[in-house]
Design a protein around this ligand. Structure first.
Ligand SMILES: CC(C)(COP(=O)(O)OP(=O)(O)OC[C@H]1O[C@@H](n2cnc3c(N)ncnc32)[C@H](O)[C@@H]1OP(=O)(O)O)[C@@H](O)C(=O)NCCC(=O)NCCS
Length: 200
């Protein structure tokens, strides 16, 4: 098992990790018929726009987990709108109505500005972390987070946030152990926002 920087060849493996963990930490393949939809929103723009902040765990044959993110959420949102969305909007148009779980996700894809939340201003970086089930609870999440926080600190980002589905109690236990605290955000819906400094 080896932690290393993301490489473009990892992308298919990482799409697989993403979709198998995208339903509040569990397998989302039945929920969204298009298996590429969730990675297109929650994985691909990060490695496209800031690959140097992407780290993977490699089991010797493939990447089995990742941490991805941005040091500057405002800049990331601007680039999602201007650079990322135009590359995927043909395959994934904005939904005319919200009738299915996929429509809900398409609406998120088309509103990157939703990521700008005033209460999170002191935590300019944000992240996503996912490992395949067989590789969870082995210390790999902590290793990925340590590498990511060091990279953020090296970029001068003072603090990081994440939005997690509140129902994902296993992930919440992980973040608690890693020193994250709740950031109170009114009207957060199904999400809980957590944050911490990038100091080690
Ligand atoms: C959440 C996730 C990234 C955590 O990574 P991990 O490799 O499983 O966690 P680690 O083994 O590195 O655990 C780090 C610490 O958190 C604790 N922890 C992790 N999961 C826990 C759980 N379910 N319950 C209690 N403690 C937990 C560990 O005991 C460990 O504590 P210690 O190092 O102080 O002894 C991983 O489990 C995962 O990918 N889950 C599915 C996808 C997901 O939910 N992603 C987050 C979406 S917001």
């Amino acid at each position: 098992m080896r932690l290393r920087a993301f490489a473009p060849e990892d992308l298919p493996s990482l799409y697989d990790v993403c979709v198998r963990t995208a339903d509040a930490g569990g397998d989302a393949r039945q929920l969204y018929p298009d298996q590429d939809l969730m990675p297109t929103i929650f994985l691909a723009p990060y490695v496209a726009l800031d690959p140097s902040l992407a780290f993977v765990v490699d089991d010797g044959s493939r990447a089995v987990g990742y941490i991805i993110g941005t040091a500057d959420t405002g800049e990331f949102v601007r680039r999602c709108r201007q650079e990322w969305l135009p590359t995927v909007a043909g395959r994934y148009p904005a939904p005319a109505a919200i009738d299915t779980p996929s429509d809900e996700m398409l609406a998120l894809l088309h509103t990157p500005e939703r990521m700008i939340v005033p209460e999170l201003a002191a935590y300019p970086a944000h992240l996503h972390i996912d490992l395949l089930p067989a590789y969870q609870r082995k210390g790999l999440g902590r290793e990925l987070m340590t590498a990511f926080l060091a990279a953020l600190a090296g970029r001068g980002a003072p603090a990081v946030h994440l939005g997690m589905v509140t129902a994902n109690v296993a992930a919440r236990a992980f973040y608690d152990r890693l020193g994250f605290h709740v950031i109170d955000v009114p009207d957060a819906g199904v999400l809980t926002y957590l944050g911490r400094s990038t100091d080690s």
